[in-house]
Design a protein around this ligand. Structure first.
Ligand code: HEC
Length: 156
């Protein structure tokens, strides 16, 4: 067998050093890059985003919307609720139940996205159905985290 040369030993050493340093360098990059972080209280998102847009949807879907602009507006309100799901995902409760929180937020995001699609298709029956399903996702999370707020479909 050929004896290892100085050069190959040198390269091997360089490889080992590189291998050892690489995860450290990667961690450094992750630390430096900005990440989403919660700024507002969850109750503010509930009032100003989830509830405000849900109430608007409830109002705007009370009767069949008559023109394209109304449907476009409804679609936008639904998408804002969907994005609120993303915002909720970066603020799981510290006291536990993080997995359930993520699942409930994702359910709300999915239901609101389906509603937005129904609105884009100007499908009234599917939109009404989507609104009811969206309210259920609000209430399921509230129940799970013992929040006494109930989201009804009428009289808002
Ligand atoms: C992932 C869980 C979760 C989902 C989904 C969720 N909520 Fe909430 N909601 C909460 C929590 C937690 C609070 C209590 C926040 C606090 O007081 O700190 C809350 C509180 C509220 C409040 C009371 C806010 C206040 O303090 O004045 C309203 C209104 C509300 N939610 C509406 C909604 C609506 C409408 C939806 C669906 C479109 C929704 N929520 C979906 C977790 C959720």
């Amino acid at each position: 067998m050929k004896r290892p040369t100085h050069r190959s030993i040198g390269l091997l050493a360089l490889g080992i050093v590189g291998w050892a340093v690489w995860p450290e360098a990667q961690a450094q990059v992750t630390r430096l890059l900005p990440r989403p972080e919660p700024v507002a209280e969850t109750s503010l998102l509930m009032e100003g985003l989830a509830q405000a847009n849900f109430r608007g949807l409830n109002q705007n879907l009370r009767q069949q919307p008559g023109d394209v602009e109304s449907w476009v507006f409804i679609r936008g309100q639904a998408l804002l609720v969907a994005e609120t799901g993303n915002l909720l995902m970066v603020r799981p409760p510290r006291s536990g139940g993080q997995d359930a929180w993520l699942e409930h937020a994702a359910e709300m995001r999915a239901a609101a996205t389906r509603l937005a699609r129904a609105a884009a298709a100007e499908d009234y029956a599917r939109s009404r159905q989507g609104l009811a399903e969206l309210a259920n996702t609000c209430n399921r999370c509230h129940q799970k985290f013992r929040i006494t707020v109930r989201i009804p479909l009428k009289d808002q």
